[in-house]
Design a protein around this ligand. Sequence first.
Ligand code: NAD
Length: 249
Amino acid sequence: AGRLEGKVAVITGAASGIGRASARRFAAEGAHVVVADLDEGGGTALAEELGGLFVRADVTSADDVQAMYAAAIERFGGLDVLFNNAGISPPDDDSILETELDAWRRVQEVNLTSVYLCCKYGIPLLLEHGGGSVINTASFVAVMGAATSQISYTASKGGVLAMSRELGVQFARQGVRVNALCPGPVNTPLLRELFASDPERAARRLVHVPMGRFAEPEEIASAACFLASDDASFITASTFLVDGGISGA
Ligand code: NAD
């Protein structure tokens, strides 16, 4: 049997990158996967491939998030795993001296308020179902000064990390584990877009990765799968770094 046999998992931002690799891995491990994303084309195709359910949801909308969970429960009967993975990277200059207030607010909305909403409406459903696992995607930048000059992004991920620890402690005795998954740089469209305008930036970033390469999405998906599974039964409120050694160097 797979590691996630029969578990119902909602993955946000599942149509691309880390989310898509995780949807595939979770399904391969026996989970019923709910693919939640703004991208209808990619999301529908993936859900079909996996025998899962696609839900079009903007994770910054309380209505969409509630409808997403309602659709998941209607189809699969309950929830066991919430992987709050949707996120954006600001495309333009996100240094404190350059970034505009509107861009800052948008990043907080998509990266941080989304996690607030998905936990607020999702954790009660896990409690009703006897417990579960929540995985929130933060980043290595949440735990170290990474000199990325991405202030909105870094602040949003710090918020995700702090919220995950707080919730992990709050629900520890009720069977809901909450962990912050902190990837290093991962080879996804998000990263490729960030480096497209400035290829030297990629080279500078690579220097700081002891393994000398970026992660593939599947390597983050395997960590998410572990945290989602009962193999991680004593792991909660953790800062789970999957970063090729960056934060240890
Ligand atoms: P990606 O751009 O490949 O995928 C993100 C997905 O989220 C897309 O399918 C997009 O449509 C979806 N999305 C964006 N806004 C949404 C919204 N409002 N509602 C619903 N869906 C929305 O990115 P990725 O690299 O796979 O990133 C996934 C997560 O990992 C993000 O939270 C990102 O910040 C984080 N992360 C990425 C890296 C990296 O180097 N790629 C490193 C650390 C953390």
